[in-house]
Ligand binder design. Structure first.
Ligand code: FES
Length: 570
């Protein structure tokens, strides 16, 4: 039986209310027949010139609109707050939950039957999916696509090279002039970061969850096939409305398990953990931090992509894209999960082919046997911490060293290059107060730079531990998301310079070699440095943000309020 369209609660009305709902829309030159029962499809656009990764989205929206109209729907594009990872201070993560509120309320409050989410730069994907989950009308994601691979002095470069360049500059291996040339070479086309950073991990996440059409993750932004995918997604969302295929039909526990396994196989970002936990919280799927370790334990790394490997998203697309990766993994996935195109995962990938085994390896001959994200437990992180073994140094995976503690990011910046800093390559750098509440916003500073004097000795990696995050483009033996964060007064807040810390990734252990009695004593002496900002969104955020192991959502945003609006506006 055909469903009554939600939008008819606005445009299908007679009398004064219907007049008001339609009349003002008509000032845009819209004929009456658009309001007489066509599915109204919102295009939720994160276009902004301040979000360079999403700056091409108006054009992409035009392709989506073409598809919607072709399928008999009526497209309406609307803006939401956009988050440009590179410009927003203090960190885009502070505003992920705010954007999700914007998205949720914009969808619910308006006469929409379905929605297309245009996502690109890191936080724009989880924010839009989280918001849409809390409404649960038919939804499809169109990602903006990665940039073309950067070219510098005859070499392929990508955004992971930022870290190499900056260490090169600090150690004198690179000049300011060379850095300036590299700057123009790296981001040479439209699109988001071209490595398997957070944006690419998020694009792969939506494809593996089944929220987009196949191939969405890897088609470069500059490739005309990206527009084709956008148009096809426009056609599909109209069909989804007619089929009443909602997010709750797609986002099952099994779909989340698929996404975790795929993220492991591609060496996806550590940020994936926080965002997927938050999305699960919105849609009502029970997911725990430990699930990420358990579910990715048997998954080999089969995508040879930076920062864990060598290649770029463009190469992944030419090698067969995410469908080729998922086909390799199919026996490890729940292949019967339904996806946005109405087909199962198996149906979507069974004809996929791999065209380059250097980029997408076979599961029986993987690029690295270990993948995924290890979840650590121990007295230094009572509620857990994560590390990405594929981006870490094998010789540091079991390591005991003396802590060199920085109380906050300013303390780190002031002292890291001090010649008198008592640090060597065996030391463990500890950075506190960069968690969700404390910073606030949990910035990507966890892969803090190595002391200049050690760089000069040729040291390129050290164990680093923090309650913050790391850019998905980052790498190194970096322990992140320590929970509870220092601000919350757990054991992490009690670490002092000189304490011994043991990291044992094989045993999933992060241990502070300090007695319980001493820790208790320190707790009593601890002066809590935490201060709540006294107004505005940040005030609300600090009062309500949850810890990293729960997804860092605001506690009152968990779950959904559905799509019903019971009160009229006039
Ligand atoms: Fe936007 Fe990397 S800065 S994806």
């Amino acid at each position: 039986m055909e469903q009554k369209l939600r939008s008819q609660n606005w445009f299908g009305k007679k009398g004064k209310d219907g007049f008001i709902y339609r009349a003002w829309m008509k000032n845009q030159g819209i004929p009456n027949y658009e309001f007489t029962g066509k599915p109204i499809i919102g295009i939720c656009n994160t276009w902004s010139e301040l979000t360079p990764c999403n700056a091409h989205f108006r054009e992409l929206a035009e392709s989506v609109k073409r598809g919607i109209s072709e399928a008999g729907g009526f497209p309406v594009e609307f803006p939401v707050m956009s988050l440009g990872e590179t410009l927003i201070k203090p960190t885009a993560m502070l505003y992920r939950n705010l954007v999700s509120m914007d998205v949720e309320e914009s969808i619910r409050a308006n006469p929409l039957d379905g929605v297309v989410l245009l996502c690109g730069c890191d936080k724009t994907t989880p924010a839009l999916v989280m918001g849409a989950c809390s409404v649960n009308i038919p939804t499809i994601v169109v990602s903006g696509g990665p940039m073309l691979t950067g070219k510098y002095k005859g070499k392929d470069i990508g955004t992971s090279d930022v870290w190499r360049f900056s260490d090169g500059l600090r150690s004198g291996l690179m000049t300011e002039e060379e850095l300036s040339v590299a700057e123009a070479c790296m981001c040479r086309s439209r699109g988001h970061c071209a490595v398997m950073g957070t944006a690419s991990s998020m694009a792969c996440m939506v494809e593996s969850l089944g929220l987009s059409l196949p191939e969405n993750a890897a088609i470069p932004a500059a490739d005309s096939r990206r527009k084709v995918l956008a148009q096809l997604s426009g056609i599909r969302i109209v069909e989804m409305v007619r089929e009443n295929l909602r997010l709750t039909d797609i986002l099952t526990r099994n779909a989340f398990e698929n996404a975790i396994r795929v993220n492991a196989a591609i060496g996806g970002s550590t940020n994936f953990v926080i965002h997927l936990l938050a999305i699960a919280g919105r849609i009502g799927v029970k997911l725990k931090l430990e699930d990420f370790d358990k579910l990715s334990a048997s998954i080999p790394l089969i995508a040879n992509l930076q920062p864990s490997g060598k290649y770029f998203m463009e190469d992944l697309y030419y090698a067969g894209g995410l469908p080729a990766v998922m086909k390799e993994l199919i026996s490890l996935l729940h292949s019967d999960c339904v996806t946005a195109n109405g087909k199962t995962i198996l149906q979507n990938v069974e004809n996929a082919a791999c065209y380059n085994r250097e980029v997408i390896a076979a599961t029986n001959d993987p690029f690295k046997p270990e993948s995924g994200l290890a979840v650590l437990k121990g007295n230094l992180c009572e509620n857990g911490a994560v590390i990405k073994p594929s981006a870490a140094s094998p010789q540091l995976m079991q390591h005991t060293g003396k802590a060199v503690v920085f109380e906050d990011i300013e303390d780190y910046k002031n002292r890291i290059d001090d010649e008198n800093l008592d640090v060597d390559e065996h030391s463990i750098l500890v950075l506190k107060n960069v968690g969700p509440k404390g910073y606030p916003g949990m910035p990507e500073v966890g892969n803090m730079g190595i002391p200049k004097k050690l760089l000069a000795k040729g040291i390129t990696d050290m164990v680093r531990i923090s309650d913050g995050r790391m850019s998905g483009t980052g790498f190194g033996t970096v322990v992140l998301h320590v929970s509870p964060e220092a601000t919350e007064g757990g054991h992490f807040a009690m670490v002092k310079t000189g304490d011994l810390i043991t990291l044992d990734v094989l045993d999933r252990k992060l241990h502070l070699e300090v007695s319980d009695e001493e820790l208790e004593k320190r707790k009593k002496e601890n002066k809590n440095r935490f201060q709540i900002v006294d107004r505005g969104y940040v005030h609300l955020y600090q009062l309500h943000v949850e810890q990293a192991h729960l997804g860092a959502d605001l506690d009152f945003l968990k779950g959904a309020s559905g799509s019903e609006v019971t009160k009229d506006s006039h």
